[in-house]
Design a protein around this ligand. Structure first.
Ligand code: SAH
Ligand code: SF4
Length: 442
């Protein structure tokens, strides 16, 4: 999401007459787009900022801006504590950046962390700087209304609002014209996408009959995109199990160009902890959703996020997490230790009471189980043929290409005259825990 946002920032700065440099030592302005989801992410930003301090000493006119979630969270404190920060802009203030830069040059206030109920940057065509020219992110909504107790996102990124579908189509059309082959639709809670032309989701009840009739839900957006761009491979994330509805599964099932792949964070396998977290589903409901996914989308890749050591988590709760993992056997997981985030409901109500060594041991158990499952999943592809979108040349061997199958797993195979950007049928002959090894299907 930050990659996608940075591309919006580039577009806004280019429009204002700035040019990009790939060498930060040449820059007049450096923006750090930050994440606050865990303490570790914020620490990384602080380290980066202190690395920049020597640059500032040699180049006093250099301006440094902190963008994104950490800007929302730390606001003016960033200017006071991190002496080298000149500009602070939250996720909804990027249109104001050229003005903030001017202000900083004049030593005027250069902070804007106002969150918006409307901003979706829908008219801005991001400048694609981070990708490979094959695969791009397209933001379809911003913010989150879910208020999971541990999570800082609703406070740093604001209320949920969806982007006008026509502007999404326009952006994808440009990507298709430029030769992109794959797009990933992005939202913190994408299944909850709802566009009705009336602003934030929370005001939908007050929408007119006309607006309600013409509203576009996620399954409709997905269908619209898939049918308009049959030559593109389409992915999306992140799905909150609470908001994932069967019409989305049906939309995937009826379109071959939508990848059979779902990122479906579960966070915990314990009903008690899930309730504590305000996740809005039980373990049984989650398992039933997994069963429906398998029934409607055989061969669907499923990945997850999970948190170890949420406040009050017992050994029994942890065992429930491991057993849920065994039920699903995820392809891959993003696995975290609970990190208390100031301002969240959990930080205010439940002490961070699982000792760090216990959290770490539980996380290690989760990681090791996931490694087994990933290895098993990957081995199950041996002997099968996967359609791979070639994304790049292998670092280890210039004669080999790498790319992903529809389930999102990376495969490496001899190029044999094929090039980046092609869809290629690859027969899988071997697998490691992280990668499929294949040959081109004759
Ligand atoms: N909107 C997505 C998640 C966005 S945050 C969803 O609900 O699924 C990405 C992941 O970071 C979360 O799924 C969660 O596993 C993790 N995370 C969020 N807050 C955290 C915290 N305080 N400590 C540890 N992990 C956290
Ligand atoms: Fe955070 Fe929950 Fe929203 Fe995901 S759904 S961004 S975890 S509040």
């Amino acid at each position: 999401m930050n990659v996608a946002d940075s591309e919006v920032v580039y577009a806004i700065m280019e429009e204002a007459g700035y040019a990009r440099t790939s060498d930060y030592k040449q820059a007049d302005v450096i923006f750090l787009n930050t994440c606050s989801v865990r303490e570790k992410a914020e620490q990384t930003v602080r380290n980066k900022l202190s690395n920049f301090s020597h640059l500032k000493r040699t180049r006093p006119h250099l301006l440094i801006g902190v963008l994104g979630c950490m800007a929302s969270r730390a606001k003016e404190r960033l200017l006071e504590e991190e002496k080298m920060v000149d500009i602070v802009a939250g996720p909804d203030s990027y249109r104001d950046l050229p003005h903030l830069v001017d202000n900083a040059r004049k030593n005027l206030c250069a902070v804007n962390v106002q969150l918006s109920l409307e901003e979706t940057y829908d008219d801005i065509i991001p400048v694609r700087v981070s990708g490979n020219g094959i695969s791009a992110f397209v933001s379809v909504m911003r913010g989150c209304d879910n208020m999971c107790t541990y999570c800082v996102v609703p406070y740093t990124r604001g209320r949920e609002r969806s982007r006008d579908p026509q502007t999404i189509i326009n952006e994808i059309q440009i990507l298709a014209d430029e030769g992109y082959k794959e797009i990933t639709l992005l939202g913190q809670n994408i299944d909850s996408y709802l566009w009705y032309g009336g602003g934030p989701k929370k005001h939908f009840d007050k929408a007119s009959e006309e607006q309600k009739k013409n509203a576009v839900r996620f399954s409709q957006l997905l269908t619209m995109v898939a049918e308009r761009f049959p030559m593109l491979r389409i992915r999306f994330c992140t799905s909150n199990p609470h908001d994932m509805t069967d019409d989305v599964l049906d939309a995937i099932a009826s379109h071959d160009n939508i990848c059979r792949y779902l990122h479906l964070p579960f966070q915990s396998g314990s009903n008690r902890i899930l309730k504590h977290m305000h996740r809005g589903y039980t373990r049984e409901e989650y398992m039933a959703l997994i069963d429906r996914i398998h029934a409607k989308l055989p061969d669907c890749g499923i990945t997850m996020d999970v948190i170890a050591g949420y406040p009050t988590e017992t050994e029994e709760d942890h065992q429930d997490t491991l057993s849920l993992m065994c039920y699903v056997k995820y392809d891959f997981g993003y696995m975290f230790k609970y990190s208390e985030r100031p301002g969240t409901y959990a930080a205010g109500h439940y002490p961070d009471d699982v000792p760090d060594d216990v959290k770490q041991r539980r996380l290690d158990e989760i990681i090791s189980l996931q490694s087994e499952h990933s290895a098993q999943r990957n081995r199950s592809y041996i002997g099968r043929t996967c359609r791979i979108l070639a994304e790049g040349v292998s670092k280890k061997n210039k004669e080999e290409l790498f790319g992903r199958n529809p389930q999102g797993i990376v495969a490496v195979f001899p190029a044999e005259g094929h090039t980046i950007g092609e869809f290629i049928d690859v027969e899988i002959i071997d697998a490691t825990q992280g990668t499929l090894i294949g040959i081109i299907k004759k």
